[in-house]
Design a protein around this ligand. Structure first.
Ligand SMILES: NC(=O)c1ccc[n+]([C@@H]2O[C@H](COP(=O)([O-])OP(=O)(O)OC[C@H]3O[C@@H](n4cnc5c(N)ncnc54)[C@H](O)[C@@H]3O)[C@@H](O)[C@H]2O)c1
Ligand SMILES: [Zn+2]
Length: 368
């Protein structure tokens, strides 16, 4: 039996959506479809993973009333998380007379749930959507919390909405085909959840060897990460204060991800935020918020998991441009979420450009 968490909807605390987690979570889908009873189902998936994910989904797509089920596949990768992609999906929906009682199923990683949630939110002023996350990163983070959006000129998530799915189904079966690089990417968000909010969880997760992960342990980890994210989001849905904790590592991480998006060697989201967490932990120590011992524990963990394989070359002006595009900044000042201790973050810490760049020195080769 899958585990279930109930999370509050963003715009309406009186309504909630279920998050099904674990082995056979997909068995919940037929009932959900019967309740929603959509006029049309559009499955969004990415081209690279569709051959793995669609055959797994198909047997669970039975509906009481006959319904048109269409598939739309999106080119894989962060560089396609754009309004141009949304535009193509909307055009397809218009061409196929998709009406307001239709349902979008986002079958994929965080790029798909970010795009699909935005597409659903704006199509004819809003239609329903379900998330079926197929990467670890999407199962523990991207598919819940209600933030959806796309990049603009590589600037991360500059265009977006708050929009709540009808349900999230995180079935472990999808992780069987996930490449280790993508698994590691998701694990970075898990480590983040421990660092910002739960020291015990951090200790447990940092000691795990991926080969030792049983389905029970993995289910518990996904559940705990969703629980941490859910409780933070429920306290501060619109990111006035503590929701910013979830952004630890992301000011630097997003800037790195943006710099590398259109290169031959893009960084995964998790790789970028792992380096971001390391640099922002170093900055936390430099600001006398985090102890040296705890910083070293974080540094050793991120290096041991192999998130940094070489010192990354970064063009200074582009890197700085993206740092200043971060949504947490105010009045053109850099404002970050830093750590006070392992398990406790602090939002809205103003730092100078020089302080931030100094913290990057051991890990980035910032080029004039
Ligand atoms: N909205 C949020 O709250 C939130 C939170 C965190 C991250 N994000 C966003 O999520 C995105 C990253 O998500 P991601 O890491 O899932 O990336 P992704 O969606 O690009 O997927 C990563 C890769 O895994 C492949 N893949 C997916 N499922 C697979 C499977 N079951 N088997 C084999 N391959 C599979 C995909 O084809 C892709 O190549 C970023 O754009 C990030 O900004 C959003
Ligand atoms: Zn993230």
């Amino acid at each position: 039996m899958p585990k279930v968490l109930k999370a509050n909807a963003i715009h309406n605390i009186h309504s909630s959506y279920p998050i099904y987690i674990g082995v056979d979570a997909l068995s919940c889908l037929p009932n959900l479809l019967a309740q929603i009873n959509p006029s049309f189902i559009l499955i969004l998936a990415d081209e690279k993973s569709i051959d793995y994910t669609l055959p797994v989904l198909k047997p669970h797509l039975s509906t009481k009333n006959p319904v048109n089920i269409h598939l739309y596949s999106i080119p894989s990768g962060e560089k396609h998380k754009t309004l141009d992609t949304c535009h193509k999906v909307w055009q397809y929906m218009i061409d196929n007379y998709v009406d307001r009682d239709a349902l979008i199923i986002n079958l994929g990683g965080g790029t798909i749930s970010d795009i699909g949630g935005l597409v659903a939110g704006l199509y004819k002023r809003g239609i329903l959507f379900l998330n079926i996350p197929t990467t670890l990163l999407a199962q523990v983070d991207a598919s819940i919390g209600g933030k959806v959006g796309v990049n603009l000129h590589n600037g991360k998530n500059q265009i977006g909405l708050f929009n709540t799915p009808e349900a999230v189904i995180a079935d472990l079966v999808f992780l069987k085909t996930l490449p280790i690089k993508a698994f590691k990417s998701g694990y970075a968000e898990i480590l983040k959840h421990g660092l910002i909010a739960d020291k015990e969880y951090w200790k447990e997760c940092k000691s795990i060897k991926f080969n030792d992960l049983t389905t029970t342990l993995l289910t518990d980890i996904i559940y705990r990460s969703c629980e941490i994210k859910k409780s933070i989001v429920e306290e501060d849905a619109y990111e006035i204060d503590i929701r910013k904790w979830l952004n630890f590592g992301h000011t630097v991480g997003h800037a790195l991800e943006s710099v590398y998006t259109n290169t031959e060697t893009p960084l995964t989201h998790g790789e970028a935020i792992a380096i971001g967490m390391l640099i922002e932990a170093k900055l936390s120590m430099a600001m006398r918020m985090l102890s040296r011992t705890e910083f070293e524990e974080i540094e050793n963990t991120i290096l041991d998991f192999g998130y940094i394989t070489k010192i990354l070359p970064v063009p200074k002006s582009e890197f700085i441009k993206y740092l200043y595009q971060d949504k947490k900044n105010q009045q053109h000042q850099l404002r970050l979420t830093l750590l006070q201790a392992i398990g406790k973050a602090k939002e809205n810490v103003t730092v100078t450009q020089e302080q931030l760049l100094n913290a990057c020195i051991p890990y980035l080769d910032i080029q004039e």
